[in-house]
Design a protein around this ligand. Structure first.
Ligand SMILES: [Zn+2]
Length: 118
């Protein structure tokens, strides 16, 4: 009569340790890849490293599909003159609300002009 051990967390299971080490290495690899891609696209390396670390292949796909920060049009803050990204709602320096109608080609700009032309 065989007694089956049901302990799934045996301390001396070498194969589980190898699988865990492989998984951690894979996570770090994806994290580094995402971080480098994010950095190339003008974002934070650390933020994208964390995304890749947690999401692995999905993080990598997200990093590849993410926009280039340099492609985002910039608008000047009406209060302090700082160049802000078009997707920012408020100025990061002085906190002034940014008028999206100033951005050429944005949906708010075209609808604003249509409304004002009446
Ligand atoms: Zn400002």
């Amino acid at each position: 009569m065989a007694v089956r051990s049901r302990s799934s967390c045996a301390p001396n299971s070498g194969s589980e340790r190898v699988v865990g080490a492989t998984y951690i290495t894979t996570c770090i690899g994806f994290g580094l890849a995402c971080g480098v891609i994010g950095r190339i696209k003008g974002s934070s390396f650390f933020i994208w490293f964390l995304i890749g670390l947690v999401l692995n292949i999905f993080g990598l796909i997200t990093a590849l599909l993410y926009r280039f920060e340099s492609d985002v049009p910039e608008i000047a803050c009406p209060r302090c003159g700082k160049q802000c990204k078009a997707h920012d709602a408020v100025c990061m320096r002085c906190g002034a609300e940014l008028d999206l109608r100033d951005v050429p080609g944005s949906p708010a700009a075209s609808s604003g002009r249509l409304l004002s032309n009446g």
